[in-house]
Design a protein around this ligand. Structure first.
Ligand SMILES: NC(=O)c1ccc[n+]([C@@H]2O[C@H](COP(=O)([O-])OP(=O)(O)OC[C@H]3O[C@@H](n4cnc5c(N)ncnc54)[C@H](OP(=O)(O)O)[C@@H]3O)[C@@H](O)[C@H]2O)c1
Length: 292
């Protein structure tokens, strides 16, 4: 199987070695494939003629998107539809990654794939447009919404930021009124690879995958410091202070509750995702090995 992997971020980097056991992987970063340029996508698709495309690239700067809506829309809203159209033409399947930010967070129950979407910010709106463009192009796709993603690879994420701040400062303030499910890229990448052999007309559609369990960013920060301290990360941090979203204004509005139901993907894979704290522990252990 020939797999075109778009992106070079934290998820793409985690996926690449795992996919090697499934097929030939052609990994393309923005130097070869610029998602803001439709022609660039069509050209790479024509050159590679993959059996499977995994789009792990996206405009992910949630706050910056508020001041760059056109670029966010081009990369997240338009490009996925072009991938889907090109896949339909050559009989390839598209696996596309989407986000919990398609929801407004006003629910108190884990969101189902079929629940009404209502993104609050430009990033969420652009990602929803991407989902819709894919669905419009046909049926040969799997959309996987995920949330609160962190990994050992890539430029940065919440865990890496906490580790850095925890080394530098005695006190930090973290938002305690946004609830979600932290998701380790390795667990997500494994789930994607397990889904690939199950792709067929009856399994195409929209799924959600996060690690199990829920917490606030504040709980997550506490857990990061507890687990990191236990395995010997050098930390200066003494206090983590819970604050409200109102006390930490950001350009983009974020959902207060973005827990995703993972029942549908668990039924296909035959297992529930590992708990987020287990993923965190494994990620930190790996991070410490790389650090030392
Ligand atoms: N991170 C999260 O918390 C989170 C939560 C929910 C869903 N997701 C989704 O999960 C997926 C993977 O995200 P991630 O966390 O791995 O993101 P990431 O680390 O920020 O990686 C994003 C990748 O997209 C690439 N990219 C951005 N603009 C591009 C363009 N115009 N052309 C080509 N490539 C471009 C980036 O390239 P450069 O490095 O060159 O900029 C980078 O390789 C995305 O679909 C994202 O929306 C992420």
């Amino acid at each position: 199987m020939k797999i075109l992997l778009a992106g070079s971020g934290q998820l793409a980097k985690e996926l690449q070695p795992i996919l090697l056991s499934i097929g030939e992987v052609i990994a393309v970063d923005r130097t070869r494939l610029d998602l803001s340029q439709p022609e660039s996508i069509r050209q790479v698709m024509a050159e590679v003629r993959p059996d499977l495309v995994i789009n792990a690239a996206a405009y992910t700067a949630v706050d910056k998107a508020e001041s760059e809506p056109e670029l966010a829309h081009a990369v997240n809203g338009i490009a996925p539809g072009i991938f889907a159209e090109e896949c339909e033409k050559i009989g390839a399947t598209l696996i596309h990654i989407s986000t919990d930010y398609v929801f407004d967070g006003s629910s108190g129950l884990a969101y189902l794939e079929t629940d009404n979407t209502n993104p609050l910010g430009t990033y969420g709106k652009s990602k929803l447009a991407g989902e819709e463009a894919i669905r419009k192009a046909g049926n040969r796709h799997i959309i996987i919404r995920t949330a609160w993603v962190y990994g050992n690879e890539g430029k940065g994420n919440f865990v890496k930021t906490m580790l850095r701040l925890g080394k530098e400062r005695e006190e930090i303030r973290v938002v305690a009124d946004q609830i979600g499910s932290p998701t380790w890229t390795k667990d997500l990448a494994e789930a994607i690879s397990q889904l690939i052999p199950k792709i067929g007309p009856e399994t195409c559609g929209t799924y959600q995958y996060t690690n199990s369990g829920v917490c606030s960013w504040y709980d997550f920060a506490i857990a990061i410091f507890e687990e990191a301290d236990q395995i010997g990360f050098p930390l200066k941090i003494q206090r983590v202070i819970p604050i409200t979203t109102a006390e930490y204004p950001t350009p983009a509005k974020r959902p207060a509750f973005s827990v995703l139901s993972t029942g549908k993907i668990s039924a296909v894979l035959g297992a529930h995702p590992p708990h987020w704290r287990q993923g965190l522990r494994q990620m930190l252990a790996k991070e410490l090995t790389v650090d030392s």
